[in-house]
Design a protein around this ligand. Structure first.
Ligand code: NAD
Length: 296
């Protein structure tokens, strides 16, 4: 079995690392939060004192961190290049970054890996916490065919669908497009449900009708934003995340920055970002992203 170092044990990373343990791998973990480390140690992982400790002589390194600055800090170190993990490795592990970050940062880490003859994939995920727990994540990978083929074996213990999106950074581009569409769907489903209920319809009956009709989409099927329609949804649990408003605003920001760079027209993505920023300004950044329905 493989020795895997897993860095970042938050809402997503913790269940992903758990599934690697269940698959029989040796898993060394590190997070800045001691409680997160302890939880995985209780499940059989080796709790490390630092990312460097966790990664020494590991076969695979997986990171699941909030944003590009954290991933860049982990692998490349500070602006002077000090403290980066890549320069402290004594072997040649496969690097997998599953965080959702900008494609440019992902490419800069790919370039650093190539200089050191290390295989790397950017491998962001879709599916959320439920899929992370059940091992049903979708991975969208960017990198060489060789890196992808190595990564696929490990990712199969955490996910169901594993795509090779293309070259370095392509996984992040695919993820950015997907999440912009997800935000638009969530706002659209919320609007339709609010309109229907204002007209006296029952939200569950309306959801069932739309699910069986041409308005059907993932947010209605798996993540209904209306409280009480789905027993285990964040909406029925005071919008506890799940997937935070802050993270959705971050992802929409990545999409809009990229649209500016590539001169792409994304009017609905722009409106979605403005709505999620408005939600943040109301102090709701830590709520689940389905709470956008409260703005309507
Ligand atoms: P989270 O905030 O719950 O977890 C991030 C973890 O990283 C925290 O435990 C934090 O302590 C740790 N961390 C931060 N910097 C660190 C460092 N330098 N070293 C070690 N640990 C560090 O976030 P999450 O919800 O698990 O999301 C992680 C990534 O996955 C994000 O990029 C997010 O956009 C993406 N994502 C999240 C979801 C979701 O539903 N939550 C779905 C798909 C993708």
């Amino acid at each position: 079995m493989t020795t895997i170092a897993f860095i970042g044990l938050g809402n997503m990373g913790a269940p992903m690392a758990s599934n690697l343990l269940k698959a029989g791998h040796t898993v060394r973990v590190f997070d800045l939060v001691p409680e997160a480390l302890q939880k995985l140690a209780n499940e059989g992982a080796y709790a490390s004192q630092s990312a460097q400790d966790a990664c020494q002589n590991a076969d695979v390194i997986i990171s699941m961190l909030p944003a590009g600055k954290h991933v860049s800090g982990l692998y490349l170190g500070n602006k002077e290049g000090e403290g980066g993990l890549l320069n402290s490795l004594s072997n040649k592990p496969l690097i997998i970054d599953s965080s959702t970050i900008d494609a440019e940062t992902a490419q800069s880490i790919h370039e650093a890996c190539e200089k050191l003859d290390l295989d790397m994939v950017d491998a962001p995920v879709s599916g959320g916490v439920a899929a992370a727990k059940s091992g049903n994540l979708t991975f969208m990978c960017g990198g060489s065919t060789q890196s992808f083929e190595r990564a696929r074996i490990v990712l199969a213990d955490m996910g169901l669908n594993i795509f090779h999106a293309g070259d370095n950074g392509s996984g992040q581009v695919a993820k950015m497009c997907n999440n912009m569409l997800l935000a638009i769907h969530m706002i659209g489903s919320s609007e339709a449900l609010k309109l229907g209920t204002k007209n006296g319809l029952d939200p569950k009956i309306l959801s069932d009708i739309m699910l069986a009709s041409s308005g059907s989409n993932w947010t209605l099927e798996k993540y209904n934003p209306f409280p009480g329609v789905m027993e285990n949804s964040p909406a029925s649990n005071e919008y506890q995340p799940g997937f935070m408003v802050d993270l959705m605003a971050k992802d929409l920001g990545l999409a809009l920055d990229n649209a500016t760079t590539t001169n792409s027209s994304t009017p609905l993505g722009k409106l979605a970002l403005e709505m999620y920023q408005q939600k943040q300004n109301q102090g709701d950044g830590k709520k689940d992203f389905s709470s956008i329905i409260e703005l309507l």
